[in-house]
Design a protein around this ligand. Structure first.
Ligand SMILES: Cc1cc2nc3c(=O)[nH]c(=O)nc-3n(C[C@H](O)[C@H](O)[C@H](O)COP(=O)(O)O)c2cc1C
Ligand code: SF4
Length: 418
């Protein structure tokens, strides 16, 4: 699905289908690496403040301000004290893409890998990092191959790699690919850092946040692929242009991956604030809607009453829903929400790392409870206990789909349905 829908607003996907992702010349001819040159001519703080002004929110799920994260990372970095070498600081690109129903980062890496590299290099310049890592799930063969090839080309052209300049300046940034082994939890930023350090994928206690104590104890900027790939356009065209798109609380565009009962499943980049109705009926061709799961397994179910709500962080929150990673799974009349919820809870049970009791035992309990057709109210209560007592966000996730079911489909899980 390379062709853009005529009503899409493609910024991050602007080159998809029009360039050969294996040719750096194509990317350069499309204006590629122009933003990097512009950013490197700017003071680091000016790059950071441009991103703060653009109000770009992280596209990995949590929606935290990308500019503020860079500012905090920069502030936590010890100033250079010559003749000692500068203190380490890292950029980590989260390309684990483990949320069910989400496949947007794969499209960027497969179809326009240089855009991601350019975004990483601008972020590295902003925080003064000399080293960056891209943590890609090992199943993403084509993404890995394309990003690897693009890195070789970027190095040949002097965009990355040591070139004698001082670390963090000019092109002296090393970017390395590291492969994840398919653990959902390793997409969580602190667990990801443990995995990058070669340790078992167990989460760390937060705070401290990675901006202060991240990879190998150094300040670290962790951003999602889509977030980083949005940076070049903001540097090129400016924060004022970017905030003119989307809504005041959620500027810009977002890639949604639509699957399930639709005629045209796939990825769509649209302005935030587009309604769910436009996305699933207009773009993706849904029909006879029963429910939509927004945000993947750690997401929320909604019914047709939410169709005219703008897809943006705050409006969805008011409806008890989350935007999450942008996964949109459509269920038509006749689909069983019990079956869907059972498979979500089985997924969480499988992915729980077992480190803390409330989640390890709670996930197994939830699966048993739904199989025994216990009342939804009891499942929600158990998920509330887990949310309050689990060590990391995974144990705090089942409450999202369960509470949304209680709000929109209170009768679907109890009784004999499905
Ligand atoms: C269980 C779990 C899995 C996650 N998986 C991913 C993932 O695959 N990719 C991702 O970008 N963020 C994932 N996140 C969110 C990250 O922890 C983090 O918020 C994100 O990498 C920050 O980048 P952003 O600010 O650009 O969104 C996950 C979070 C949790 C709790
Ligand atoms: S909440 Fe679950 S995934 Fe997180 S540490 Fe505890 S057992 Fe592991």
């Amino acid at each position: 699905m390379a062709e853009a829908h005529p009503a899409e607003t493609r910024i991050t996907l602007r080159n998809v289908g029009s360039i050969d992702p294996e040719k750096i010349e194509d990317y350069l001819n499309a204006g590629g690496y122009r933003s990097l040159a512009k950013a490197r001519a700017m003071p680091r703080e000016a790059v950071i403040e441009e991103l703060v002004a653009a109000s770009l929110r992280g596209r990995g799920g949590a929606g935290f301000s990308a500019g503020l994260k860079e500012r905090f990372t920069r502030q936590a970095t010890a100033p250079p004290a010559p003749p000692a070498p500068p203190a380490p600081v890292y950029v980590v690109c989260n390309a684990d893409e483990g949320e069910p129903g989400t496949f947007k980062d794969r499209i960027i890496m497969e179809r326009d890998p240089h855009l991601l590299i350019e975004g990483i290099l601008i972020a590295a310049h902003a925080i003064g990092a000399a080293r960056a890592y891209i943590y890609i799930r090992a199943e993403y063969d084509t993404s890995i191959r394309r990003v690897r090839r693009a890195l070789e080309q970027a190095r040949e052209r002097g965009f990355t790699g040591g070139n004698g300049a001082s670390p963090g300046a000019g092109g002296a940034v090393e970017i390395e690919i590291r492969l994840g082994a398919g653990s959902y939890l390793c997409g969580e930023e602190l667990t990801l850092l443990e995995s990058l350090e070669g340790k078992r994928g167990y989460p760390r206690i937060k705070p401290p946040f990675p901006a202060e104590v991240g990879l190998f104890g150094a300040p670290t900027l962790v951003n999602n692929v889509e977030t980083l790939a949005t940076i070049p356009a903001i540097i090129d065209r400016g924060a004022a242009w970017y905030t003119g798109l989307g809504t005041p609380d959620s500027p810009g565009t977002k890639i949604f991956t639509v699957s399930g009962d639709v005629a045209r499943p796939g990825y769509y980049e649209v302005e935030l604030g587009t309604t769910l109705r436009e996305l699933i009926f207009g773009f993706a061709g849904a029909d006879k809607l029963k429910a939509v799961l927004i945000g993947g397994a750690a997401g929320t179910f909604v019914d047709a009453s939410v169709l005219d709500t703008p897809l943006c962080y705050d409006a969805l929150k008011e409806k008890g829903a989350v935007l999450g990673s942008g996964a949109v799974i459509v269920m038509a009349d006749g689909r069983s929400l019990r079956r869907m919820t059972t498979s979500i809870l089985e997924f969480f049970e499988h992915e729980s790392c077992g480190k803390c009791v409330p989640c390890r035992v709670g996930m197994t309990l939830l699966v048993r409870m739904i199989r025994r057709k216990e009342p939804l109210e009891a499942l929600v209560r158990e998920s509330e206990y887990m949310a309050a007592n689990s060590l990391c966000p995974l144990g705090q996730s089942p409450i999202l789909p369960l509470r949304s079911l209680a709000r929109y489909f209170p009768a679907e899980i109890d009784g004999s349905e499905g």
